[in-house]
Design a protein around this ligand. Structure first.
Ligand SMILES: NC(=O)c1ccc[n+]([C@@H]2O[C@H](COP(=O)([O-])OP(=O)(O)OC[C@H]3O[C@@H](n4cnc5c(N)ncnc54)[C@H](OP(=O)(O)O)[C@@H]3O)[C@@H](O)[C@H]2O)c1
Length: 229
């Protein structure tokens, strides 16, 4: 039997997702699949398979999932984030955050469950944020994008925990990871100083590779340190 690991990165067009896909495509015994949301977007990643998937659209997610019968590791990286304080941002805009950062992962997890169940690895990784750590944000001088973004990422963390609770008996491993401060379109909103996407992706793939069911429902930082919920 082939030991090849099938790994999907949802949201691989740029930034952290692209770096994850590039490194997975160079990993031995790995079938790397990346998703982009635009049907005409080409990804220049040799050895990677490219899917079209808009995380905010039910039909798009279901159509993508119908093309993947088996999957070992699902990495949900797609997300949106700007500095939008909750007290000055409209409820409609907060709903957009929730649609992309919370309902999007929910759509993707549900759609890809049959493919994950078809293999034994059964690993679901959601790319979260320190902005979603209630423990950190409740401290004086909250850091990161905070606001609407942090609200959506805290909800994403709870989605991960509830998914773990429901799938634990089937030996799933469900883990949210904070990728650190990374110099991407999103991360550069804080100014210069973030680490390279390659550095964050390399550390996260090392962490993901070592995860077992024992670590499920733990919130990690990219370097393997535990994050407070
Ligand atoms: N950068 C940081 O410092 C930092 C810190 C903490 C957490 N994070 C998290 O890390 C993840 C990646 O962030 P990044 O810094 O790489 O951001 P980025 O450069 O802004 O990239 C965002 C990615 O998400 C995709 N995306 C957005 N909306 C989507 C949708 N509706 N459907 C499918 N894909 C969608 C984008 O695709 P398009 O190209 O089509 O827009 C792009 O691939 C996010 O979940 C973010 O919240 C980042």
């Amino acid at each position: 039997m082939s030991s090849e690991q099938i790994v999907l990165v949802v949201g691989a067009s740029r930034g952290i997702g692209l770096a994850l896909l590039q490194q997975l495509a160079e990993t031995p015994n790995t079938k790397a699949i990346g998703s982009v949301r635009a049907t005409n977007a080409a990804l220049d990643v040799p050895n990677a398979t490219v899917l079209t998937l808009d995380i905010s659209d039910d039909d798009s997610v279901l159509k993508a999932a119908s093309q993947i019968p088996e999957l070992d590791t699902l990495i949900i990286n797609a997300g949106m984030g700007k500095k939008d304080p909750v007290t000055t941002t409209s409820t409609a805009e907060l709903a957009t955050y929730l649609n992309v950062n919370l309902l999007g992962p929910h759509r993707v997890i549900r759609a890809f469950l049959p493919a994950l169940r078809a293999r034994k690895t059964r690993r679901i990784i959601v790319i979260s944020s320190s902005s979603g750590s209630i423990g950190q944000q409740a401290l004086p001088g909250s850091i990161g994008l905070a606001g609407c973004y942090g609200t959506s990422k805290a909800a994403l963390n709870m989605l991960a925990v509830q998914t773990h609770n429901e799938l634990q008996k089937e030996e799933f491993t469900v883990v949210p990871i904070h990728p650190g401060w990374v110099a991407t379109d999103m991360g550069n909103a804080h100014g210069p100083g973030g680490m390279s996407p390659e550095t964050s992706a390399k550390a996260m793939l090392k962490l993901i590779d070592g995860l077992t069911t024992k670590e499920s429902a733990t919130f990690y930082r990219f370097d393997g340190e535990k994050m407070p919920w």
